[in-house]
Ligand binder design. Structure first.
Ligand SMILES: [Zn+2]
Length: 653
């Protein structure tokens, strides 16, 4: 003892205080902005007694469960299959390339660099002009005056148009990131936090198996060079883009979770459609606003003017809490009437330029990735166009994502990089195959962590373990929050599970709780569950099949009446039951079915849902899905939720 210098006591004393403080900080509610979250609805109702000792013995149906066997819903048999199974081959066309005839020698006539625009084409007869676009609202741009003299500009989005002999021959939209001054004092004291940049590449409709088939170069680089871990068993939590994206950004669910199969109460959505759509979200806590509070510069780029927050008629943000926001004004200039010049609005169409909208996102994301060497960054790009409508939309773009990862590898080496899908392909006959039906519920998820943490922490091996289990987008959100707030305070060395207050998911860069992970214990609507259950095909020409099909029609009509659209949309009538699958396992006396039925002319609409029959009563569980295209037949109403159920009485709209 007497040989130890005094300093050692001070250092170890400080360490002990520090560790105690950390322990306190991690569990003390006062460090957590609880009020900013909604009420958290516990997902677990009646767990089997082997998981919950305090659980009452009596169950709802009154009989006593004497077996110790788990119910099928209380475990999760994960889908194991060949992503190149024979059944998927007829749908795969690696030659599809919408820009295969593009002019690879084409170089833009104009350039935007360091806030200055110039004419770089040598043709002396060219007359070029440029103007700035900035955001006025979510649906309109503030458009500057045309300038005919190259030189400095102070905007991030510049439209350039050139003419030859008075005829417009060129239109182009440039982007640049103009850095903002450092955030002097972040709202949260970030002293002592180990902070890393976070970049998310979200590819709309990219499923796990689709990623494996379509992005071999990107994923080879991502898993080999970047040590990225892929999560094959990600489960979506909503039907289309918004109910998957909004829960990650805001932590709020937009769809109900029907638990009636377990005799448990329905969990309503955190945000109703009305609230989501009609109220500006500026004051809601989002990943963007929280990262800003932690001193980050933020970025969002989408290649669709309506975007996740607005389509088809929702208000979105009044003043987006995002430092660099590409959807507006870029997509406004590109897509909306009277925003960009006619020739500009054509420049990415027709495949002449070897450039598509995802390239514009990657350019801007690259500019952001390179910007702010002294500040932390959170960037999110959401590319909708490539894969939304086609099984073969991504393949030709593989090299573009690969190039982004290579070009910016120095920055990305010090970052968390997420490659995500929101859901899988939602349309087409491929959904009638096993893989296609699984894909729609099984979005892609891959995560690369900063190089330094790969050696100094257990995160890689923990992630690989967690990747063997079912996960949901709520777990991805919890992971991003963990990076932002919790692991950052512990040098990313914490391995034990942590329930982030108010959150529905569990971070996968630490161990997750040992509670069984399945669609009963997780906030995943059962109709999207990727866990596998034995089902048998049964006859569709029976009275039972007819009754089930008619129940589906009733459920659809109830949705239309519920939304007050009965005056605009026809009443659906059952025509035939197309497919009927019966679950082998009976659940508390109920028989469970998966049914697809077609409605009578003129709609010919096909719907799919889970249905249970108990004591002769038929009940439709959860969301009814539209399983064939409705195209423009529902254009008379604007509610995103109700359009799949609607066939307009007046088809002229
Ligand atoms: Zn989507």
């Amino acid at each position: 003892m007497q040989n130890l210098p005094f300093g050692a006591f001070v250092v170890s004393g400080c360490m002990i205080v520090y560790v105690i403080f950390l322990g306190f900080a991690s569990y003390s509610p006062t460090f957590v902005p609880e009020n900013t979250y909604g009420v958290y609805h516990a997902i677990v109702g009646k767990l089997p007694k082997m998981y919950q000792q305090s659980e009452t013995k009596e169950n709802i149906s009154g009989d006593t469960d004497t077996s110790n066997e788990l119910e099928p819903w209380d475990k999760c048999v994960l889908p194991k299959y060949d992503v190149w199974d024979d059944q998927i081959i007829p749908y795969v066309n690696p030659d599809r390339n919408p820009i295969k005839d593009c002019d690879t020698s084409f170089k833009p006539f104009t350039a935007l660099k360091n806030s200055s625009w110039s004419i770089v084409n040598k043709n002396k007869n060219l007359e070029c002009k440029a103007r700035c676009h900035s955001r006025k609202s979510d649906r309109a741009n503030k458009i500057g005056n045309w300038s005919f003299t190259p030189g400095s500009v102070d905007c991030e989005f510049l439209e350039a148009v050139c003419s030859e002999d008075k005829k417009e021959v060129y239109g182009y939209l440039h982007s640049q990131v103009i850095p903002k001054p450092p955030i002097e004092k972040p709202n949260i004291n970030t002293t002592g936090l180990m902070q890393f940049d976070v970049f998310v590449i979200l590819l709309d409709s990219l499923s796990y198996s689709q990623g494996k088939r379509s992005l071999p170069r990107t994923l080879s680089y991502f898993t080999n060079h970047m040590d990225g871990v892929i999560f094959p068993y990600m489960n979506k939590i909503g039907e289309n883009s918004r109910p998957n994206g909004v829960p990650i950004w805001f932590g709020k669910s937009l769809e109900k979770v029907d638990r009636s199969l377990f005799d448990e109460k329905l969990i309503p959505p955190d945000w109703s459609h009305k609230y989501f759509c009609n109220t500006f979200k500026d004051n809601e806590t989002s990943l963007f606003s929280e990262f800003h509070d932690y001193g980050y510069r933020t970025f969002l780029a989408e290649d669709w003017a309506e975007g996740t927050m607005n389509w088809p008629n929702c208000v979105g943000f009044d003043k987006p809490p995002i430092d660099h926001f590409m959807r507006l004004p870029f997509q406004n200039a590109y897509e909306r009437r009277n925003q960009g010049a006619a020739i500009t609005q054509k420049h990415l169409k027709g495949g002449k330029l070897c450039r598509q909208t995802h390239n514009t996102l990657l350019d801007y994301m690259g500019q952001f990735t390179d910007a702010y060497p002294d500040q932390k960054k959170f960037g999110w790009m959401w590319a909708i166009d490539l894969g939304h409508n086609s099984e073969n939309g991504f393949t030709h773009a593989d090299k573009d994502f690969h190039n982004y990862l290579i070009k910016h590898r120095k920055q990305l080496e010090n970052s968390f990089v997420f490659i995500l899908g929101d859901h899988g392909l939602r349309f087409g006959d491929v959904r009638n195959t096993f893989i296609g039906a699984l894909d729609v519920n099984n979005p892609f998820t891959g995560v690369s962590i900063p190089r330094i943490l790969r050696r100094t922490t257990d995160i890689l091996s923990i992630m690989s373990e967690n990747a063997k289990n079912i996960q949901s987008h709520f777990d991805t959100r919890a992971t991003i929050l963990d990076i932002m707030k919790y692991q950052s305070a512990r040098s990313f060395a914490e391995t034990e599970p942590y329930q982030i207050p108010g959150e529905k998911g569990h971070s996968y860069i630490r161990k997750q709780p040992s509670t069984p992970r399945n669609c009963r214990t997780m906030p995943v609507p059962l109709e999207y569950c990727i866990c596998q259950f034995n089902k048998t095909k049964i006859a569709t020409n029976t009275a039972n099949a007819e009754a089930i099909g008619k129940a589906l029609a009733l459920a659809v009509n109830a949705q239309i009446e519920d939304g007050n659209f009965a005056d605009k949309c026809i009443k659906m009538e059952w025509e035939k039951t197309i497919s009927l699958l019966e679950y082998e396992h009976k659940f508390r006396g109920a028989t469970l079915y998966r049914v697809t039925a077609e409605m009578k002319e003129p709609s010919k609409a096909q719907f799919r849902a889970s249905v249970k029959i108990v004591d002769g009563n038929i009940k439709v569980l959860g969301m009814v899905e539209r399983s064939n295209k409705y195209g423009k037949t529902a254009d008379c109403i604007k509610s995103e939720h109700h359009r799949p159920y609607c066939y307009c009485k007046n088809q002229k709209n």
